[in-house]
Design a protein around this ligand. Structure first.
Ligand SMILES: NC(=O)c1ccc[n+]([C@@H]2O[C@H](COP(=O)([O-])OP(=O)(O)OC[C@H]3O[C@@H](n4cnc5c(N)ncnc54)[C@H](OP(=O)(O)O)[C@@H]3O)[C@@H](O)[C@H]2O)c1
Length: 361
């Protein structure tokens, strides 16, 4: 589809407008005179009046067809965001992607769609936005390795025994980021870093053995790229999603945001530590799923979505989330999906296995 010139205005379709990212995106759009919200969607909560075109639930690609935006900000949570991701990539419409689950589950299909569509894929996930900026268009060949940072979540430093009886409320109390419930639980289990590892592999074309995860509890360093000449570039800033949202929506400009620049008189601490892979097995499981490729990443994501929902409902203990994902991965063949139908089948099969595991447990 040819880009439409709206006299310098960038027409934004915001999917997941009622969520944590969605609400911050509305704030960014409203504060920027060159951004216009032309469409807004949610899963069930009302979005009327947010934009000229709105939709609650259903097939979000119908809304995108009607809106013909310049940018799709996909801030839907979970696999439900996949059709919109593929629509934007296939149509060559700039995709500002917060919905990491769609790229994790459908990495190969998404990259093939982008190859055909030829549009921009701009990460909104803070670590990937940071890495994108450090890379500045350089090829994977010039990169020694990529370092994704994480806060470690609310349970950093705890042992497995300590985690036996943690409640959803405890898991939802993130030390540095205010986010929706699913990603907050994913941060507590480190599944979020696992999803981000797979997301980074697809976004930047790096093999898994050149992507490292390091904890930086203050969440000030968002990513770091080590280049082959020995130089390392890092991206720093206070943890505030309005920065990567604004970057993606106003790219290639860098518009002003209300976020304060770093203040060194404020006792800035840049301490790093390795993640505890034994207490938080989902990070290593994600790495294995990514390396095994095929539909293993899709199954990892599906089983994790089922398990997190069960944990939040009080049907599964915290440590049961990793156990459910591990059992699901052991029960599938991981055969690659050649098209969207096969991928949707693989997702459904992994969900069935994960649900069955919950009933047995
Ligand atoms: N929050 C963050 O700081 C952050 C940071 C990095 C990446 N992300 C990623 O951004 C995405 C959104 O996260 P969030 O924290 O903003 O989640 P959230 O607060 O739970 O919001 C999720 C949004 O998705 C909508 N939604 C859910 N199912 C849908 C469906 N089937 N069709 C259409 N819309 C649907 C929800 O609508 P209803 O309100 O109607 O349910 C809501 O607007 C996730 O993929 C997350 O991993 C978030």
């Amino acid at each position: 589809m040819a880009a439409v010139d709206f006299h310098g205005m960038k027409r934004v379709a915001l999917l997941g407008a009622t969520g944590s990212i969605g609400r911050q995106a509305v704030e960014i759009v409203e504060s920027h005179p060159d951004l216009e919200l032309v469409a807004a969607a949610s899963g069930s909560r009302p979005v009327e009046g947010l934009a000229p075109l709105t939709q609650v639930g259903g097939d979000l690609t119908e809304l995108l067809e009607r809106a013909q935006p310049d940018v799709v900000l996909n801030a839907v949570v979970g696999f439900a965001g996949l059709p919109a991701t593929l629509w934007a990539l296939e149509h060559g419409v700039t995709l500002a992607l917060a919905n990491k689950e769609s790229l994790v589950a459908a990495g190969e299909l998404a990259l093939a769609a982008q190859e055909r569509g030829g549009g921009l894929l701009l990460p909104v996930d803070s670590e990937h936005s940071a890495a994108f900026q450090c890379l500045d268009g350089r090829s994977a060949e010039q990169v020694h390795s990529l370092v994704l940072t994480g806060s470690g979540g609310p349970f950093r430093g705890r042992s497995r025994d300590d985690l036996d009886a943690v409640t959803p409320d405890e898991a939802l109390a993130h030390p540095t980021w205010q986010m929706g419930p699913k990603i907050t639980v994913d941060s507590a289990t480190l599944a979020n870093k696992g999803l981000e590892l797979i997301e980074a592999h697809f976004l930047f074309g790096l093999p898994y053995d050149r992507i490292e995860v390091v904890l930086q509890p203050a969440s000030v360093v968002h990513a770091l790229v080590r280049f082959r000449d020995g130089a390392s570039l890092a991206h720093l800033g206070y943890p505030d999603m309005r920065v990567p949202i604004s970057f993606a929506l106003t790219y290639p400009e860098r518009a002003a945001t209300p976020v304060a620049p770093l203040d060194f008189s404020d006792g800035l601490r840049l301490e790093f530590e390795p993640p505890d892979l034994e207490t938080f097995p989902l990070l290593a499981l994600a790495r294995r799923a990514g390396e095994e490729a095929g539909t293993y990443p899709c199954a990892f994501n599906a089983a994790n979505e089922v398990a997190v929902a069960a944990f939040l409902d009080g049907r599964l203990p915290f440590l049961g989330i990793a156990a459910t994902v591990e059992e699901t991965l052991a029960g599938i063949d991981g055969a690659p999906a050649h098209d969207l139908d096969e991928l949707v089948d693989a997702d459904a099969e992994a969900r069935r296995l994960a649900e069955r595991g919950l009933r047995v447990a």
